[in-house]
Design a protein around this ligand. Structure first.
Ligand code: NAP
Length: 269
């Protein structure tokens, strides 16, 4: 099984993206790290470069607009070619959520989720895939969520963005099935990162009922599954079983259960 030479990781300043950077650097893979918090990316670069003798470049940017993404992609490619490398792997990980009722959620928060979770992920995949297809070699891991398997009252937009990510990834993985390019959707359940506090999910039943995994565990599972080209990856046996059962349960029952877990079971306050 081959492995990437140079990976671009979006959302590498914390959580799962940062953990992917650690896992892949330890495998000897060179990295280009992207996120808004430049200080965090720099600190990671200073730690990983000497520890694993890999090249690490940082591209600080906000990936909400198409213009900033095009500029960031150009910078990322330039950073790789300066070191004599080509980006042959994309970890499309940056993302955010928010737990609130749809009617109470500002449009700006909905737009931010769609811009980052959907538009940025699709844009980076469309920039990265053509050179990979031409070289008949490459890997893409789109970080989705088990939220993508069901509708999510009180996190409606977030769940819908992740349904899009899983659907897109499965379709693309089929399109490239006869080539040397592998595409995976990584669908974690709850993970202990900055995501839950930022999404106002700290008191969510979901994080109480299901023990959150560590970002290191999730990144390792995602990395190995991406190498194998597994189209959809659920990070625990329990959630893989639940996701499988989802196919046979009435949609109304799934909706009620998710609403309960998201604290949307009662009347809207
Ligand atoms: N934690 C969970 O329970 C869980 C479960 C399933 C799926 N996921 C998914 O896993 C992925 C990573 O989340 P995480 O849990 O690791 O959360 P996290 O610690 O909050 O990390 C999110 C990352 O996305 C980056 N990001 C957000 N908005 C950005 C923007 N506008 N421009 C550039 N970068 C941006 C953040 O960097 P900056 O703030 O520095 O820009 C940060 O590095 C997300 O796609 C999330 O939906 C998480």
């Amino acid at each position: 099984m081959g492995k990437p030479i140079c990976a671009l990781i979006t959302g590498a300043s914390s959580g799962i993206g940062e953990a992917f950077a650690r896992v892949m650097a330890a495998e000897g893979i060179n990295l280009v790290l992207m996120a808004r918090r430049a200080d965090r990316l720099e600190a990671l670069r200073r730690e990983l470069e000497p520890a694993h003798r890999v090249k690490v470049a940082v591209v600080p940017c906000d990936i909400r607009t198409a213009e900033s993404r095009a500029g960031a992609w150009e910078q990322a490619q330039k950073a790789a070619t300066t070191s004599g490398l080509e980006i042959d792997c994309l970890i499309n990980n940056a993302g955010l959520g928010e737990s609130t009722w749809f009617v109470k959620q500002d449009w700006s928060r909905k737009a931010e989720m769609i811009d980052v979770n959907v538009s940025a992920l699709t844009h980076f995949a469309s920039l990265a895939l053509p050179p990979m297809a031409a070289a008949n070699r490459g890997w893409i891991c789109n970080v989705s969520s088990t939220a993508g398997f069901m509708p999510g009252p009180k996190m409606a937009v977030y769940y819908a963005t992740k349904a899009y990510v899983t659907s897109l990834s499965e379709a693309l993985s089929y399109e490239v099935r006869h080539s040397g390019v592998k595409i995976s959707a990584l669908c974690p359940g709850p993970v202990k990162t900055e995501f839950a506090p930022a999404a106002k999910m700290d008191s969510s039943r979901l994080f109480q009922v299901i023990k959150p995994m560590t970002s290191e565990q999730v990144a390792r599972i995602g990395y190995l599954a991406m190498l194998r080209g597994q189209p959809v990856v659920v990070d625990s046996w329990l959630l893989a079983g639940a996701t499988f059962m989802n196919r046979f349960l009435p949609r109304a029952m799934i909706l009620k259960t998710t609403a309960f877990l998201n604290g949307a079971g009662g009347r809207r306050k």
